[in-house]
Design a binder for this molecule. Structure first.
Ligand SMILES: Cc1cc2nc3c(=O)[nH]c(=O)nc-3n(C[C@H](O)[C@H](O)[C@H](O)COP(=O)(O)OP(=O)(O)OC[C@H]3O[C@@H](n4cnc5c(N)ncnc54)[C@H](O)[C@@H]3O)c2cc1C
Length: 330
Protein backbone atom coordinates (compact mmCIF):
# COMPACT_ATOMS: atom_id res chain seq x y z
CA UNK A 1 0.00 0.00 0.00
CA UNK A 2 1.48 3.37 -0.98
CA UNK A 3 1.63 6.35 1.37
CA UNK A 4 -1.10 8.95 0.95
CA UNK A 5 -2.26 12.05 2.71
CA UNK A 6 -5.82 12.75 3.83
CA UNK A 7 -7.09 16.23 2.99
CA UNK A 8 -10.25 17.65 4.53
CA UNK A 9 -11.42 20.46 2.24
CA UNK A 10 -13.21 23.48 3.67
CA UNK A 11 -16.01 23.46 1.12
CA UNK A 12 -17.47 21.70 -1.90
CA UNK A 13 -15.67 23.87 -4.46
CA UNK A 14 -12.29 23.10 -2.86
CA UNK A 15 -13.15 19.40 -2.76
CA UNK A 16 -13.95 19.46 -6.45
CA UNK A 17 -10.71 21.30 -7.29
CA UNK A 18 -8.70 18.77 -5.30
CA UNK A 19 -10.44 15.82 -6.94
CA UNK A 20 -9.55 17.15 -10.38
CA UNK A 21 -5.88 16.49 -9.55
CA UNK A 22 -4.23 13.19 -10.52
CA UNK A 23 -4.04 10.64 -7.70
CA UNK A 24 -6.69 12.39 -5.59
CA UNK A 25 -9.62 10.15 -4.68
CA UNK A 26 -12.87 10.90 -2.85
CA UNK A 27 -13.13 9.37 0.62
CA UNK A 28 -16.68 8.89 1.93
CA UNK A 29 -17.10 6.01 4.41
CA UNK A 30 -13.80 4.68 3.11
CA UNK A 31 -14.89 1.02 3.02
CA UNK A 32 -14.08 0.44 -0.65
CA UNK A 33 -11.42 3.12 -1.09
CA UNK A 34 -9.29 1.57 1.65
CA UNK A 35 -9.91 -1.98 0.39
CA UNK A 36 -8.73 -1.00 -3.09
CA UNK A 37 -5.66 0.75 -1.66
CA UNK A 38 -4.75 -2.17 0.60
CA UNK A 39 -5.18 -4.53 -2.36
CA UNK A 40 -2.87 -2.24 -4.42
CA UNK A 41 -5.54 -2.02 -7.08
CA UNK A 42 -5.65 1.75 -6.66
CA UNK A 43 -2.77 3.85 -5.36
CA UNK A 44 -4.09 7.28 -4.38
CA UNK A 45 -1.61 9.97 -3.38
CA UNK A 46 -4.34 11.84 -1.48
CA UNK A 47 -7.76 10.98 -0.11
CA UNK A 48 -10.16 13.91 -0.21
CA UNK A 49 -12.36 13.56 2.84
CA UNK A 50 -16.00 14.34 2.03
CA UNK A 51 -17.13 14.18 5.65
CA UNK A 52 -18.30 17.56 6.91
CA UNK A 53 -19.40 18.96 3.52
CA UNK A 54 -22.86 20.23 4.40
CA UNK A 55 -24.23 19.86 0.85
CA UNK A 56 -23.69 16.09 1.07
CA UNK A 57 -25.45 15.44 4.38
CA UNK A 58 -28.91 14.53 5.54
CA UNK A 59 -32.05 12.67 4.55
CA UNK A 60 -35.26 14.55 3.92
CA UNK A 61 -38.75 13.67 2.76
CA UNK A 62 -39.96 16.99 1.38
CA UNK A 63 -43.54 18.29 1.65
CA UNK A 64 -43.96 17.40 -2.06
CA UNK A 65 -43.27 13.78 -1.17
CA UNK A 66 -39.86 13.82 -2.89
CA UNK A 67 -37.04 12.03 -1.07
CA UNK A 68 -33.58 13.62 -0.82
CA UNK A 69 -30.69 11.40 0.20
CA UNK A 70 -27.46 13.28 0.88
CA UNK A 71 -24.53 11.43 -0.69
CA UNK A 72 -22.97 11.07 2.77
CA UNK A 73 -26.13 9.65 4.37
CA UNK A 74 -25.26 6.35 6.01
CA UNK A 75 -26.76 3.11 4.67
CA UNK A 76 -27.98 2.31 8.20
CA UNK A 77 -29.86 5.64 8.31
CA UNK A 78 -31.51 4.87 4.97
CA UNK A 79 -32.45 1.34 6.07
CA UNK A 80 -33.99 2.52 9.34
CA UNK A 81 -35.73 5.72 8.22
CA UNK A 82 -39.48 5.25 8.91
CA UNK A 83 -40.69 7.31 5.93
CA UNK A 84 -38.31 5.57 3.51
CA UNK A 85 -39.42 2.19 4.82
CA UNK A 86 -43.07 3.15 4.34
CA UNK A 87 -42.98 5.05 1.04
CA UNK A 88 -39.76 3.98 -0.71
CA UNK A 89 -39.65 0.45 0.67
CA UNK A 90 -37.29 -1.09 -1.90
CA UNK A 91 -34.65 1.54 -1.11
CA UNK A 92 -34.76 0.88 2.64
CA UNK A 93 -34.72 -2.88 2.05
CA UNK A 94 -31.76 -2.66 -0.34
CA UNK A 95 -29.75 -0.57 2.14
CA UNK A 96 -30.69 -2.93 4.99
CA UNK A 97 -29.37 -5.97 3.10
CA UNK A 98 -25.88 -4.48 2.59
CA UNK A 99 -23.07 -6.33 4.38
CA UNK A 100 -23.10 -6.00 8.19
CA UNK A 101 -24.38 -3.41 10.68
CA UNK A 102 -20.81 -2.09 11.04
CA UNK A 103 -20.39 -1.59 7.29
CA UNK A 104 -23.86 -0.03 7.01
CA UNK A 105 -22.83 2.42 9.73
CA UNK A 106 -19.78 3.48 7.71
CA UNK A 107 -20.92 3.05 4.12
CA UNK A 108 -22.68 5.95 2.44
CA UNK A 109 -25.25 6.35 -0.31
CA UNK A 110 -22.68 7.88 -2.70
CA UNK A 111 -20.01 5.31 -1.85
CA UNK A 112 -22.42 2.44 -2.32
CA UNK A 113 -23.45 3.39 -5.84
CA UNK A 114 -19.84 4.27 -6.77
CA UNK A 115 -18.10 1.22 -5.29
CA UNK A 116 -15.93 -0.71 -7.74
CA UNK A 117 -16.80 -4.24 -8.91
CA UNK A 118 -15.90 -7.31 -6.87
CA UNK A 119 -14.48 -9.30 -9.82
CA UNK A 120 -11.57 -11.38 -8.48
CA UNK A 121 -9.43 -10.63 -11.54
CA UNK A 122 -9.99 -6.88 -11.15
CA UNK A 123 -9.24 -7.09 -7.40
CA UNK A 124 -6.05 -9.12 -7.92
CA UNK A 125 -3.06 -6.72 -8.10
CA UNK A 126 -1.08 -9.27 -10.13
CA UNK A 127 -3.64 -9.41 -12.93
CA UNK A 128 -3.65 -6.60 -15.48
CA UNK A 129 -7.13 -7.21 -16.80
CA UNK A 130 -9.18 -5.17 -19.26
CA UNK A 131 -10.61 -3.03 -16.45
CA UNK A 132 -7.10 -1.97 -15.45
CA UNK A 133 -5.91 -1.11 -18.95
CA UNK A 134 -4.93 -4.63 -20.04
CA UNK A 135 -6.33 -6.30 -23.10
CA UNK A 136 -8.13 -9.36 -21.69
CA UNK A 137 -11.16 -10.05 -19.55
CA UNK A 138 -9.91 -13.17 -17.82
CA UNK A 139 -13.43 -14.14 -16.76
CA UNK A 140 -14.19 -15.19 -20.33
CA UNK A 141 -11.95 -18.26 -20.26
CA UNK A 142 -11.42 -18.34 -16.49
CA UNK A 143 -13.53 -18.51 -13.35
CA UNK A 144 -16.80 -16.74 -14.07
CA UNK A 145 -19.19 -18.11 -11.47
CA UNK A 146 -20.11 -14.61 -10.25
CA UNK A 147 -19.93 -12.74 -13.55
CA UNK A 148 -22.42 -11.22 -15.97
CA UNK A 149 -25.29 -13.11 -17.59
CA UNK A 150 -26.68 -10.01 -19.31
CA UNK A 151 -25.00 -7.08 -21.06
CA UNK A 152 -21.46 -8.42 -20.69
CA UNK A 153 -18.57 -7.64 -23.00
CA UNK A 154 -15.85 -6.76 -23.50
CA UNK A 155 -15.62 -6.94 -19.65
CA UNK A 156 -17.96 -9.25 -17.76
CA UNK A 157 -18.09 -7.69 -14.29
CA UNK A 158 -21.38 -7.27 -12.47
CA UNK A 159 -22.43 -4.07 -10.79
CA UNK A 160 -22.12 -4.68 -7.05
CA UNK A 161 -24.39 -2.03 -5.53
CA UNK A 162 -27.57 -2.99 -3.68
CA UNK A 163 -28.90 0.54 -3.70
CA UNK A 164 -28.51 1.26 -7.41
CA UNK A 165 -31.25 -1.10 -8.71
CA UNK A 166 -33.67 0.07 -6.01
CA UNK A 167 -32.98 3.74 -6.75
CA UNK A 168 -33.46 3.17 -10.48
CA UNK A 169 -36.71 1.29 -9.86
CA UNK A 170 -37.88 4.40 -7.98
CA UNK A 171 -36.74 6.74 -10.82
CA UNK A 172 -33.97 8.45 -8.85
CA UNK A 173 -31.56 11.07 -10.17
CA UNK A 174 -28.16 12.15 -8.89
CA UNK A 175 -27.05 15.73 -8.43
CA UNK A 176 -23.41 16.08 -9.42
CA UNK A 177 -21.17 19.09 -8.81
CA UNK A 178 -17.85 19.52 -10.59
CA UNK A 179 -15.51 21.92 -12.37
CA UNK A 180 -18.18 22.57 -15.04
CA UNK A 181 -20.89 23.37 -12.47
CA UNK A 182 -23.89 21.33 -11.39
CA UNK A 183 -25.72 18.70 -13.41
CA UNK A 184 -28.54 16.26 -12.75
CA UNK A 185 -28.52 12.81 -14.26
CA UNK A 186 -31.08 10.03 -14.06
CA UNK A 187 -29.36 7.14 -12.34
CA UNK A 188 -30.65 4.85 -15.08
CA UNK A 189 -28.39 6.75 -17.50
CA UNK A 190 -25.50 7.33 -15.08
CA UNK A 191 -24.08 3.80 -15.14
CA UNK A 192 -22.20 2.83 -18.30
CA UNK A 193 -21.51 -0.47 -19.99
CA UNK A 194 -17.95 -1.69 -20.66
CA UNK A 195 -18.59 -1.04 -24.34
CA UNK A 196 -18.37 2.69 -23.46
CA UNK A 197 -15.12 2.30 -21.47
CA UNK A 198 -14.18 -1.03 -19.88
CA UNK A 199 -12.19 0.77 -17.16
CA UNK A 200 -15.22 2.64 -15.81
CA UNK A 201 -18.70 1.86 -14.47
CA UNK A 202 -20.30 5.30 -14.67
CA UNK A 203 -20.09 8.72 -16.28
CA UNK A 204 -18.62 10.64 -13.30
CA UNK A 205 -15.89 12.95 -14.59
CA UNK A 206 -12.66 14.14 -13.01
CA UNK A 207 -13.36 16.53 -10.13
CA UNK A 208 -17.06 15.64 -9.97
CA UNK A 209 -18.78 14.84 -6.69
CA UNK A 210 -22.21 13.25 -6.22
CA UNK A 211 -23.88 15.53 -3.70
CA UNK A 212 -27.32 13.96 -3.40
CA UNK A 213 -29.78 11.47 -4.83
CA UNK A 214 -33.32 12.67 -5.45
CA UNK A 215 -36.19 10.20 -5.60
CA UNK A 216 -39.40 11.72 -6.97
CA UNK A 217 -42.62 11.44 -5.02
CA UNK A 218 -44.54 8.38 -6.04
CA UNK A 219 -48.31 7.93 -5.86
CA UNK A 220 -49.61 6.09 -2.79
CA UNK A 221 -50.70 3.30 -5.16
CA UNK A 222 -47.03 2.41 -5.84
CA UNK A 223 -45.59 -0.49 -3.88
CA UNK A 224 -41.92 -1.47 -4.10
CA UNK A 225 -39.76 -4.34 -2.92
CA UNK A 226 -36.10 -5.38 -3.05
CA UNK A 227 -35.11 -9.03 -2.88
CA UNK A 228 -31.73 -10.71 -3.22
CA UNK A 229 -30.22 -14.19 -3.19
CA UNK A 230 -26.75 -14.68 -1.78
CA UNK A 231 -24.48 -17.56 -0.99
CA UNK A 232 -24.29 -17.02 2.73
CA UNK A 233 -26.80 -15.33 4.95
CA UNK A 234 -24.23 -13.27 6.88
CA UNK A 235 -22.47 -10.44 5.03
CA UNK A 236 -22.15 -10.97 1.31
CA UNK A 237 -22.86 -9.30 -1.99
CA UNK A 238 -25.89 -10.69 -3.81
CA UNK A 239 -25.60 -13.39 -6.46
CA UNK A 240 -28.69 -11.81 -7.96
CA UNK A 241 -30.97 -9.04 -6.75
CA UNK A 242 -34.09 -7.33 -8.02
CA UNK A 243 -36.00 -4.18 -7.20
CA UNK A 244 -39.64 -3.92 -8.29
CA UNK A 245 -41.97 -0.93 -8.23
CA UNK A 246 -45.59 -1.62 -9.16
CA UNK A 247 -48.40 0.86 -9.59
CA UNK A 248 -51.89 -0.65 -9.46
CA UNK A 249 -55.13 1.29 -9.45
CA UNK A 250 -56.59 1.22 -5.94
CA UNK A 251 -58.84 -1.81 -5.58
CA UNK A 252 -57.82 -3.19 -9.00
CA UNK A 253 -55.47 -6.03 -9.79
CA UNK A 254 -54.10 -4.69 -13.06
CA UNK A 255 -50.71 -3.02 -13.29
CA UNK A 256 -50.70 0.56 -14.56
CA UNK A 257 -46.95 0.91 -14.41
CA UNK A 258 -44.02 -1.29 -13.46
CA UNK A 259 -40.27 -0.99 -13.05
CA UNK A 260 -38.13 -4.11 -12.81
CA UNK A 261 -34.39 -3.63 -12.22
CA UNK A 262 -31.97 -6.47 -11.52
CA UNK A 263 -28.62 -6.21 -9.75
CA UNK A 264 -25.49 -8.38 -9.92
CA UNK A 265 -26.47 -9.81 -13.31
CA UNK A 266 -24.86 -7.24 -15.64
CA UNK A 267 -22.11 -4.60 -15.64
CA UNK A 268 -24.80 -2.01 -14.88
CA UNK A 269 -28.05 -2.24 -12.89
CA UNK A 270 -30.20 -3.99 -15.49
CA UNK A 271 -33.67 -2.63 -16.13
CA UNK A 272 -35.97 -5.01 -17.97
CA UNK A 273 -38.58 -3.29 -20.18
CA UNK A 274 -39.57 -6.81 -21.31
CA UNK A 275 -40.56 -7.83 -17.77
CA UNK A 276 -42.32 -4.51 -17.24
CA UNK A 277 -44.37 -5.00 -20.43
CA UNK A 278 -45.29 -8.53 -19.36
CA UNK A 279 -46.68 -7.20 -16.08
CA UNK A 280 -49.01 -4.68 -17.67
CA UNK A 281 -52.40 -5.24 -19.17
CA UNK A 282 -54.11 -8.11 -17.40
CA UNK A 283 -54.81 -9.41 -13.91
CA UNK A 284 -51.66 -9.81 -11.82
CA UNK A 285 -51.41 -13.45 -10.77
CA UNK A 286 -48.70 -16.06 -10.51
CA UNK A 287 -48.70 -16.88 -14.21
CA UNK A 288 -48.18 -13.21 -15.11
CA UNK A 289 -45.38 -12.95 -12.54
CA UNK A 290 -43.80 -16.08 -14.04
CA UNK A 291 -44.09 -14.65 -17.56
CA UNK A 292 -42.44 -11.43 -16.38
CA UNK A 293 -39.57 -13.39 -14.83
CA UNK A 294 -39.08 -15.36 -18.06
CA UNK A 295 -39.13 -12.12 -20.04
CA UNK A 296 -36.54 -10.53 -17.70
CA UNK A 297 -34.05 -13.29 -18.48
CA UNK A 298 -34.92 -14.02 -22.09
CA UNK A 299 -31.73 -12.37 -23.38
CA UNK A 300 -29.46 -13.93 -20.74
CA UNK A 301 -26.20 -15.30 -22.13
CA UNK A 302 -24.60 -17.25 -19.28
CA UNK A 303 -20.87 -17.96 -19.27
CA UNK A 304 -19.31 -21.39 -18.67
CA UNK A 305 -19.92 -21.46 -14.87
CA UNK A 306 -22.86 -19.18 -14.17
CA UNK A 307 -25.99 -20.58 -15.84
CA UNK A 308 -27.25 -21.17 -12.30
CA UNK A 309 -27.66 -17.38 -11.98
CA UNK A 310 -30.31 -17.41 -14.71
CA UNK A 311 -32.36 -19.92 -12.73
CA UNK A 312 -31.98 -17.96 -9.48
CA UNK A 313 -32.79 -14.66 -11.18
CA UNK A 314 -36.07 -16.02 -12.56
CA UNK A 315 -37.09 -17.21 -9.10
CA UNK A 316 -36.08 -13.95 -7.42
CA UNK A 317 -37.93 -11.80 -9.96
CA UNK A 318 -41.10 -13.91 -9.69
CA UNK A 319 -41.01 -13.97 -5.88
CA UNK A 320 -40.41 -10.23 -5.65
CA UNK A 321 -43.39 -9.54 -7.93
CA UNK A 322 -45.63 -11.91 -5.97
CA UNK A 323 -44.55 -10.36 -2.71
CA UNK A 324 -45.04 -6.74 -3.76
CA UNK A 325 -48.43 -7.69 -5.19
CA UNK A 326 -49.42 -9.31 -1.90
CA UNK A 327 -49.74 -12.74 -3.52
CA UNK A 328 -48.37 -15.93 -2.02
CA UNK A 329 -45.07 -16.92 -3.73
CA UNK A 330 -44.80 -20.58 -4.70
C1 LIG B 1 -17.60 -7.49 3.63
C2 LIG B 1 -18.36 -6.52 2.77
C3 LIG B 1 -19.61 -6.86 2.30
C4 LIG B 1 -20.32 -5.96 1.50
N1 LIG B 1 -21.56 -6.32 1.03
C5 LIG B 1 -22.23 -5.46 0.24
C6 LIG B 1 -23.52 -5.78 -0.27
O1 LIG B 1 -24.09 -6.83 0.02
N2 LIG B 1 -24.13 -4.89 -1.09
C7 LIG B 1 -23.57 -3.69 -1.41
O2 LIG B 1 -24.17 -2.91 -2.13
N3 LIG B 1 -22.35 -3.36 -0.95
C8 LIG B 1 -21.68 -4.21 -0.14
N4 LIG B 1 -20.46 -3.86 0.34
C9 LIG B 1 -19.84 -2.62 -0.13
C10 LIG B 1 -20.08 -1.50 0.76
O3 LIG B 1 -21.46 -1.25 0.90
C11 LIG B 1 -19.40 -0.36 0.06
O4 LIG B 1 -18.03 -0.58 0.07
C12 LIG B 1 -19.73 0.89 0.68
O5 LIG B 1 -21.10 1.17 0.48
C13 LIG B 1 -18.89 1.98 0.12
O6 LIG B 1 -19.33 3.09 0.77
P1 LIG B 1 -18.30 4.11 1.36
O7 LIG B 1 -19.08 5.27 1.80
O8 LIG B 1 -17.42 3.45 2.35
O9 LIG B 1 -17.48 4.47 0.04
P2 LIG B 1 -15.96 4.78 -0.19
O10 LIG B 1 -15.18 3.54 -0.05
O11 LIG B 1 -15.53 5.96 0.62
O12 LIG B 1 -16.06 5.23 -1.71
C14 LIG B 1 -16.39 4.30 -2.73
C15 LIG B 1 -16.06 4.94 -4.09
O13 LIG B 1 -16.92 6.03 -4.36
C16 LIG B 1 -16.20 7.26 -4.48
N5 LIG B 1 -17.05 8.22 -3.81
C17 LIG B 1 -17.69 8.04 -2.62
N6 LIG B 1 -18.56 9.03 -2.39
C18 LIG B 1 -18.48 9.87 -3.45
C19 LIG B 1 -19.17 11.05 -3.81
N7 LIG B 1 -20.11 11.58 -3.03
N8 LIG B 1 -18.86 11.64 -4.98
C20 LIG B 1 -17.93 11.12 -5.79
N9 LIG B 1 -17.23 9.97 -5.51
C21 LIG B 1 -17.51 9.36 -4.35
C22 LIG B 1 -14.87 7.00 -3.84
O14 LIG B 1 -13.83 7.77 -4.37
C23 LIG B 1 -14.68 5.53 -4.17
O15 LIG B 1 -14.22 5.38 -5.48
C24 LIG B 1 -19.75 -4.71 1.17
C25 LIG B 1 -18.47 -4.36 1.66
C26 LIG B 1 -17.78 -5.26 2.45
C27 LIG B 1 -16.43 -4.86 2.95
Amino acid sequence: MNRFEVITPADLASASRLLAQDGHVAFAGGVDVLDLSKQNVESPTALVNLKGLKELGGIEVRPSGELRLGAMAKLSEVAEHPAIRARFTAIAEAAGEVATPQIRNLGTVGGNILQRPRCWYFRNPDVNCLKKGGDTCYAISGLNRYHAILGGGPAFIVHPSNLAPALIAMRASATIVGPAGERTVELEKFFTLPTVDPKRENSLKSGEIVTEVIVPASPSSVRSHYLEAREKQSFDWPLVSVAIALDRAPGANTVRDARVVMGAVAPVPWRSPEAEAALKGGPLDESRARAAAEAALKDARPMSDNAYKVVIAKVIVRRAIMSVAGLEAA
